[in-house]
Design a protein around this ligand. Structure first.
Ligand SMILES: Cc1ncc(COP(=O)(O)O)c(C=O)c1O
Length: 399
């Protein structure tokens, strides 16, 4: 019988100065929030990292040396073996480059492959920083709305092709699995997209940071596309979402094509992105070498949180609909039929229920009428949050 991990005893989020739990940061969005608030917004988890990771970090901390390091052979091996065992994908060592976070990587990538005034294309709604990477660098963003069909999004291939042809973006930043909905894209859809990218010479950038928390189905990486598409592909990923290591600020890219890889590396040099941070690398290696069982149990725990949430929403929240979530711990809730606006609901939830939820306008475009929750916390907290929200919604519905 394998070891049982404890997800009920959470970490003290004040020690790591978590943005999610910080009163002043919450107040910037919700100035009249209840003081005993439960934060179900910013996307990190309240669980303690796997004990194996904590142990390796304690050993490092006690050793007392935090000097300059490099991406070690063990780091490369740990990533290669992880992909083999978790995703059945073989990655040659040369394809890997360590960087300082997926969002920073996107900024570097924009600098490397786009000139000023060039554009990236995004399927919206999508995680806000995808657009910042372009906007912060004076590049443009072309937005093609996803098509909502019942509880899932589909890509609008006709509009994507039209935009590729007419507006000539240099790259598409593709989110796989999709944030905010948690949808895992099918190989057939990705092949269609990759074909268009090849035809119109648009670089396919696949952000796969949400690939590890699988709620239902199996993850399809863009790395499993046909070889001919791999030559036009950059995968950006990290263990940060899976193992809750976002504050350690490491991530990596997987790039099969040598020329693309060298262009990106050259841009790293220009930004002096050279060596990783010591705890980040140690935590990542430990996660990939020793924490698969922790991750599987974490998924099981989140699945129960999702069941609790679904039960509440289906039973008590008229006009609310949870999008089908294949992955992640971040349900995307369509409240467009509820008769209230997302801001109205989010503010009342913060002020009256004391539950802080994410609001659609953090997601680039086409997210009016959506809220986002965060299930990366204990069953007790999720139940308490849903119970408080139920009472507030019961009042709101009558107004
Ligand atoms: C789609 C997506 N990409 C990237 C990130 C950040 O990734 P990292 O921690 O590797 O920088 C997030 C975090 O929420 C995300 O949702």
């Amino acid at each position: 019988m394998s070891k049982l991990y404890d997800f009920d005893n959470l970490s003290d989020r004040h020690i790591d100065s978590a943005r999610k739990w910080d009163e002043t940061i919450v107040a910037t969005k919700f100035p009249n929030h209840r003081k005993d608030f439960i934060p179900l917004w910013i996307a990190d988890m309240d669980f303690k990292a796997a004990p194996e990771i904590r142990k390796s970090l304690v050993e490092m901390a006690e050793n007392g040396a935090y000097g300059y390091t490099y991406a070690t052979a063990r780091w490369y091996e740990s990533v290669i073996n992880w992909y083999k065992k978790r995703h059945r994908i073989n990655i040659p060592k040369e394809w890997l480059t360590l960087g300082y976070g997926t969002v920073p990587n996107m900024h570097v990538l924009v600098q490397a492959f786009l000139d000023e005034e060039d554009a990236i294309l995004l399927n919206t709604p999508i995680y806000g920083p995808f657009a910042y990477a372009a906007e912060h660098n004076n590049r443009k963003v072309i937005k093609i709305p996803l098509i909502k069909d019942d509880r899932i999004y589909n890509m609008d291939m006709v509009s994507i092709e039209k935009a590729f042809k007419e507006d000539k973006p240099k790259a598409i930043f593709f989110c796989n699995p999709h944030n905010p909905s948690g949808r895992i894209w099918q190989m057939s859809e990705m092949t269609q997209l990759a074909e268009l990218c090849q035809k119109y010479k648009v670089l396919l950038v696949s952000d796969e940071v949400h690939s590890e928390h699988i709620i239902s189905g199996t993850f399809n990486s863009a790395l499993a596309l046909d070889e001919k598409y791999l030559q036009n592909l950059i995968v950006l990923t990290s263990p940060n979402k899976a193992f809750n290591l976002g504050g350690l600020k490491l991530s990596y890219s997987i790039i099969p094509n040598e020329k693309i890889r060298e262009t990106l590396k050259d841009q790293y040099l220009k930004n002096s992105i050279t060596s990783p941070n010591v705890p980040g690398q140690i935590a990542m290696i430990t996660a990939y070498e020793s924490c698969l069982e922790w991750l599987i149990q974490c998924e099981d725990y989140i699945r129960i949180n999702l069941e609790i949430t679904e039960e509440y929403i289906n039973q008590y929240f008229n006009g609310w609909e949870l999008m089908a979530m294949d992955s992640s711990y971040l349900p995307w809730v369509d409240i467009s039929s509820s008769g209230k606006s997302m801001h109205e609901i989010a503010t009342r939830m913060a002020d009256d229920a004391g539950v802080i939820v994410g609001v659609g306008d953090d997601y680039v475009a086409d997210a009016e009428g959506f809220l986002r929750l965060n299930l990366g916390t204990s069953h007790v907290i999720i139940t308490e949050a849903m119970e408080r929200m139920r009472k507030t919604w019961a009042t709101m519905e009558k107004e």
